[in-house]
Unconditional design. Structure first.
Length: 97
């Protein structure tokens, strides 16, 4: 599959929680991104979604709507958003350190 370079820059952030099993692993709970025009430095579009972990039924600490999609459901959208663009991860205090 050929990757075509796209003009917009992507800034994204994720929310994660530590998994009860196996210990030390994290589960992705939310993904959000904005596309920015590199010439004008303005937001072109945005995307955000909650993500339902596979093992959420076994853990009472994660409270997500039952309608939240799985990672497998949103992966194609996230891949299309990031593929071929300059990507920057926004790192805020995650509390996972």
């Amino acid at each position: 599959m050929a990757t075509t370079k796209k003009r917009e820059m992507v800034f994204f952030d994720v929310e994660a929680a530590q998994s009860p099993s196996p210990p030390g692993e994290c589960r992705l709970l939310e993904f959000a991104a904005i596309l920015v025009c590199p010439r004008r430095l303005v937001e072109v579009s945005s995307y955000s979604t909650l993500i339902r972990p596979d093992d959420v039924a076994n853990d009472g600490s994660v409270h997500l709507p039952s309608s939240a999609p799985s990672f497998e459901d949103v992966f194609p959208d996230i891949f299309e958003l990031l593929d071929g663009r300059a990507v920057f991860m926004v790192i805020l205090n995650s509390g996972l350190v």
